[in-house]
Design a binder for this molecule. Structure first.
Ligand code: MN3
Length: 243
């Protein structure tokens, strides 16, 4: 049986639930309960989605200016999403989740890898910030920071150093790894979920230190951007990620 093409596939008009055998998908027959064409489409391929921005472009001022936010979200991030989904289609990638995608990062083409990182990292970044600062890390998160770094100030200093010191474009991260918190930087759009990342673990917090994230307002002064960024970190979100 000839592999079903996407269009043809949707055009089958599967209605009520029933078992369908699909030949040639991901190289092996696959049986599914057909609920809707979009669910079937999801089995065929995973796509990255751009999360809605949880606040207005101007909401993070004065730490991050509205124009930087708008360009960052509508141009840079949107392009990573578009490009990774193009790569998924063109390269016939069959990973079904973000986690599976990044666990195989070392096998991906540069286009798939870099744009997948860009797609995921920015969703994570937007949700790491908020217009009104929550006071400070509390409870379990505060205890973990104190235990791993000595104090909140010592943690901030080490994280800021990683952010300022990341050579060229990249990110700095706080991750949970085997119960301990760690800080590290990654180049380009790499992230700690990638199988070959320089710092690995469950990402709790990340800062984008590409020039496009700060240049309009801060020009070459990346450390000033990092200092201002501390005022808009969403610590409740970081605590939620720790679980
Ligand atoms: Mn960016």
């Amino acid at each position: 049986m000839e592999p079903l093409k996407r269009r043809k596939f949707i055009g089958l008009g599967l209605g009520a639930a029933g078992v369908v055998t699909l030949g040639g998908i991901a190289g092996s027959p696959l049986s599914v309960f057909a609920a809707s064409s979009s669910e079937i489409e999801n089995l065929r391929e995973f796509v990255f989605k751009q999360d809605p921005l949880p606040y207005k472009y101007a909401a993070l001022e004065p730490s991050i200016d509205a124009m930087t936010m708008e360009i960052h979200y509508t141009k840079h991030h949107a392009t990573y999403i578009k490009n990774v989904n193009e790569a998924i289609k063109a390269e016939n990638l069959t990973y079904k989740t973000e986690a599976e995608f990044f666990a195989n990062a070392s096998k991906l083409s540069p286009k798939a890898r870099n744009n997948a990182g860009g797609a995921w990292n920015h969703n994570f970044f937007w949700a790491s910030m908020q217009p009104t600062p929550s006071s400070m890390p509390k409870g379990k998160l505060k205890a973990a920071i104190d235990k791993s770094f000595g104090s909140f100030d010592a943690f901030k200093e080490e994280f800021s150093k990683a952010a300022a010191g990341q050579f060229g474009s990249g990110w700095a991260w706080l991750v949970l790894d085997n119960g301990a918190l760690k800080i590290g930087g990654t180049p380009n759009q790499d992230n700690p979920l990638m199988d070959d990342a320089k710092v690995k673990g469950k990402p709790l917090l990340g800062i984008d230190v590409w020039e496009h994230a700060y240049y309009l307002k801060y020009q070459n002064k990346r450390p000033d951007y990092v200092t201002a960024w501390w005022n808009i970190v969403n610590w409740d979100q970081v605590a939620k990620r720790m679980g």
